[in-house]
Structure formats: C-alpha cells, structure tokens
Ligand binder design. Structure first.
Ligand code: APR
Length: 232
C-alpha cells in the first residue's frame, strides 16, 4: 500500500446522481423544476413555509428510498483505510456517505434528515414529513425548519474546512458544478496551500481549469478506480 496522503474530498450532487437523487443544474435538474428563491431561501420560507416543507418532504422521501452507490462505497473504503488522513466534505444534504460507511462527514450545507427550531435553535431527527404547524419539542414554537443551509445563509464548519485545506496534499472534487461559493473556491485555497488538485466529474466543471487534472465520467466508475489506484 502506498503511503497515506492528507486528502480533502469535496462532493456535490453528482456523487448521488446514480443513486437516483436529482442534481440541481443538469438538464431537468431541481433548479429547472423549482424556483430556488421560493424553496431555498429564508425569504421564500417566510413567504410560504408550506411550499418549502413540501419541497424538502419530497426530497427526504427520495433520499430515504435511495441507496448509496459505488462512489459512496469507495470513499468510505478510502476513509476506513486512512482514517486520520481523509477529510470528507459534502455539499449534499442526503446521508448516502454515512449509509455507505463513512464517518465524520462534514455537511457544509446541513442535513435533510435533521430538523431545527428557528426560534430556540434546538435540533432533532426530522420526521419524514414536516409541516409548518409542527411544534418544537424543546420550546413549543411553531417555527420548525429543515436543518439545511439556504442561499443567503452561512455554510457550516468553514473554520474546520479551511484548516484541512491548508494542510492538504491532495484535494479531490467529485460531482459538483463548481458554481456555488464558498465550495467553488476550495480548489483555489488548496492550490495556494500546495496541494495537487483532481476533479472527477461527468463534464468539466466551471472551475475545471483550476485543477491539475480533470477526469470526466460517472462517479460510480471514476471514484472506485481512483481509490483503487491509491489503495491497491
Ligand atoms: N457522476 C459525476 N458527476 C455527475 C454525475 C455523475 N453520475 N451526474 C451529474 N454530475 C455532475 C454534473 O455534470 C454537474 O457538474 O455533477 C454536477 C452537479 O452540479 P450541481 O447540480 O450544480 O450540484 P452541486 O455542485 O452539488 O450544487 C452545489 O448548489 O443549489 C445548491 O445547495 C445546493 O449543495 C448544492 C449546491
């Protein structure tokens, strides 16, 4: 086995596409079907919480019906082999990395299967269907929301992510269009820190030119092949 390297991995919707979860910006993606201002902003939630809950209820049902694919499994295998060397960051709100066996997944955009109270900040496991009339189990306020990060809100765990990028020897971006910041800026931070940067995506992303190498293909093929070359 080759020597472990300090690896930071960033995943996006493309890693879950072959599990049947829709991406956002591909043809027919979620943002072609819904107006993101309506369903993924605090203002949209204030205007129509029922619509926002219905959107995330549908996504939660899809997520629970989906299974991890070969890309999720390969990343879990790499993390298990090199536990102190692999930081797995995802923009995805699904739990498919965890169900494939990954641990300590850094969910920078929150988690679909968790609920939060906008009044007191309490968090709990989300029921399959949430409703604006639900009461917070901690304070009773009828202000429950999915524990996800909407446009205009601050992504989670940024200090920890930036610290990992500063120490990275290898940065690998998988299945993300490279259009949403701050994640789209991680390749520049990793490059500045001296890391080699590899993109694995169906097509070149918006930031592909910033990587040392960009490989095109489905994550279920590219990711296991890449992990195999590392672990043998
Ligand atoms: N294998 C690899 N890549 C794929 C696959 C696949 N099977 N299918 C699609 N892709 C690629 C697409 O080519 C695209 O570049 O995955 C990328 C998905 O891009 P987006 O839909 O923009 O998803 P993502 O980059 O994760 O979006 C970032 O935007 O709306 C927000 O909060 C949401 O976390 C999300 C963020």
């Amino acid at each position: 086995m080759t020597q472990p390297q300090r690896i930071v991995i960033l995943t996006g919707a493309g890693v879950s596409a072959e599990s049947g979860l829709g991406t956002f910006r591909d043809a027919g993606g979620l943002w072609a079907q819904y107006d993101l201002e309506d369903v993924a902003t605090p203002e949209g939630f204030a205007r129509d919480p029922g619509l926002v809950h219905a959107f995330y209820n549908a996504r939660r049902e899809n997520c629970l019906a989906a299974a991890p694919n070969a890309a999720h499994r390969a990343l879990a295998r790499l993390q298990a082999a090199w536990p102190d060397h692999v930081t797995l960051i995802t923009q995805n709100i699904d739990d498919l990395h965890e169900r494939a066996g990954a641990s300590a997944v850094v969910h920078m955009h929150g988690e679909l299967l968790r609920a939060r109270c906008a009044a007191c900040g309490a968090c709990w496991d989300a029921p399959v269907r949430m409703d604006p009339g639900d009461a917070c189990p901690a304070c009773g306020a009828r202000a429950t929301r999915p524990d996800v990060v909407w446009f205009g809100e601050i992504p989670r765990h940024m200090e920890r992510i930036e610290a990992a990028l500063e120490r990275a020897e290898l940065f690998v971006s998988i299945g993300t269009s490279g259009t949403v910041y701050p994640a789209a800026g991680f390749v520049a931070l990793a490059r500045a820190a001296g890391a080699r940067c590899l993109e694995l995506n169906l097509e070149p992303s918006a930031t592909a030119a910033g990587f040392d190498e960009a490989r095109q293909g489905p994550a279920s093929a590219l990711v296991p092949a890449w992990v195999e070359t590392l672990l043998g």
